[in-house]
Design a binder for this molecule. Structure first.
Ligand SMILES: [Zn+2]
Length: 249
């Protein structure tokens, strides 16, 4: 297959079948939208991992998993204002959504029930969540090691963190800073790169992650992490990696 290949598939989020195609002007992971629910490859790959963990082999899609009630007793944390998981999970009784507004008090909720949280110093108790999802969030956190340590702290033993970060395959060996902070001032090590955040404002990318990230996360010996490629047989979708960290019991 060429880089312009399309494929017939099943969406892990809405559960419908259709043709998945590249998207002009977008990288592979943000392309191959579901023709029905419009979720891109990286969202669908994360959903597939969540399905495998909590579906018990009974659900073919996230929509079905939610409808089955099997997520009603699962404590889920997602820092996000929008996205396919917000849409699918927003009415679940134990789904907690957060966002970081530096000017507001930590732990405070807005009118939509979104809690203000700094991912490097969460206000949740230890061992609070079965599932934490961060979709293209961590690259925007300067102290990402603190973020991973906090996520691990609030995960229940046996719980998982499913996450995406911008990467290509194979991963570079070593993570590289795009920005460093010297005496409280941000200095660009690489050309400034921004993504549009959930509230529509530009958000700087601090780090280009490499394979050493796995060692960084698991350094405390409390977790086991993997880079998983759900579309490993499909060119060019095999380049999209999703990450999963399990907190050891
Ligand atoms: Zn879909």
């Amino acid at each position: 297959m060429s880089d312009k290949a399309v494929y017939q598939g099943l969406c892990s989020i809405c559960g419908k079948k259709g043709e998945f195609a590249p998207r002009e002007g977008y990288g592979t992971r943000d392309s191959y939208l579901c023709p029905h629910c419009r979720a891109s490859l990286r969202w669908r790959d994360q959903a597939a991992l969540i399905l495998d963990e909590f579906g018990r082999g009974l659900s073919i899609s996230l929509a079905n998993l939610v409808a089955s009630g099997r997520l009603d007793t699962i404590d889920i944390l997602e820092p996000a204002l929008k996205g396919p998981f917000v849409n699918a999970f927003r009415n679940l009784p134990r789904y907690v959504r957060t966002y970081y507004w530096p000017e507001k008090a930590l732990g405070e909720k807005d009118a939509n029930g979104v809690r203000n949280e700094d991912i490097t110093r969460l206000t949740f108790a230890d061992d609070s969540f079965d599932l934490v999802i961060t979709s293209d969030v961590i690259e925007h956190v300067y102290d990402y090691k603190a973020a991973f340590a906090e996520i691990l702290r609030v995960l229940k033993p046996g719980g998982i963190h499913v996450f995406s970060i911008p990467t290509d395959w194979p991963l570079p060996e070593i993570s590289e800073a795009r920005v460093r902070v010297v005496d409280g001032v941000e200095e660009h090590v690489k050309p400034a790169r921004y993504h549009i955040s959930g509230d529509g404002t530009p958000c700087i990318v601090y780090t280009d992650f490499g394979a050493d990230l796995i060692d960084v996360i698991d350094a405390q010996g409390r977790s086991r992490s993997q880079a998983v490629r759900r579309h490993s047989a499909l060119d060019p979708c095999y380049r999209t990696a999703t990450f999963v960290t399990r907190k050891l019991r």
